[in-house]
Design a protein around this ligand. Structure first.
Ligand SMILES: Cc1cc2nc3c(=O)[nH]c(=O)nc-3n(C[C@H](O)[C@H](O)[C@H](O)COP(=O)(O)O)c2cc1C
Length: 188
């Protein structure tokens, strides 16, 4: 698979086999992640890997409570309430592995750097036949002081990009994209 094929075939995977991902495979993906560009080559990323499904289920339950307690005040968020209220819904989709791309501290570019590294990781995973999905729902729980301590994220550290990883249970549907909406292209 070349880069273009990975870009065009990667899709969010939300159903996984129970088989865990081998440590060498995770390490190869982290090595791909750190090839990303970063502002002033700061390479601010730090990684947390969780391969403990009971722990992920516990974090999912806390995340759902936190999200439901928030007053979203918009229809899109309200549409998630039934999903979040369902006891069987796991925000990590029972994936065997969660990789959290963190930064040592929040800076003006730390989020951009972490997400660029996450994109590298997801494309490399796609090439390796693995599925991934960003889990924005997890950001609240991962940044609570208690969970940060459990994950050995220092107080000044920040969890930025949670990505689940695993062997897909089934092919993911292709989610279509709108054509690029170009606001301007001066001098063409
Ligand atoms: C920042 C970010 C946060 C996301 N959070 C979630 C999430 O919490 N749960 C989820 O199921 N998908 C999440 N997604 C996945 C998007 O829903 C998905 O990428 C989008 O629908 C397009 O589908 P595709 O990736 O299959 O092309 C997130 C994606 C991004 C970029």
């Amino acid at each position: 698979m070349n880069v273009s094929e990975a870009i065009h075939t990667r899709r969010a995977v939300r159903a996984y086999q129970s088989r865990s991902v081998e440590p060498a495979v995770v390490e190869a993906l982290l090595t791909a992640a750190v090839q990303a560009p970063s502002a002033m080559n700061a390479q601010p990323w730090r990684f947390v890997v969780v391969q403990d499904t009971a722990r992920l289920k516990r974090y999912s339950d806390i995340a759902k409570q936190l999200l439901l307690a928030r007053d979203h005040g918009d229809n899109k968020a309200a549409s998630y309430r039934d999903l979040l209220a369902a006891p069987e819904f796991n925000i990590f989709y029972d994936a065997s592995t969660l990789i959290v791309l963190c930064a040592g501290e929040r800076t003006p570019f730390s989020d951009a750097d972490a997400w660029l590294a996450a994109a590298n990781l997801m494309l490399a995973a796609c090439e390796a036949g693995l599925g991934t999905c960003c889990i924005g729902f997890a950001l609240g729980v991962l940044n609570t002081p208690e969970v940060k301590q459990e994950l050995r994220i220092p107080p000044e550290g920040v969890a930025i990009a949670p990505v689940i990883l695993g062997y897909p249970a089934a092919p993911s549907p292709i989610v279509p994209r709108a054509a690029p909406r170009i606001w301007s292209w001066l001098g063409r």
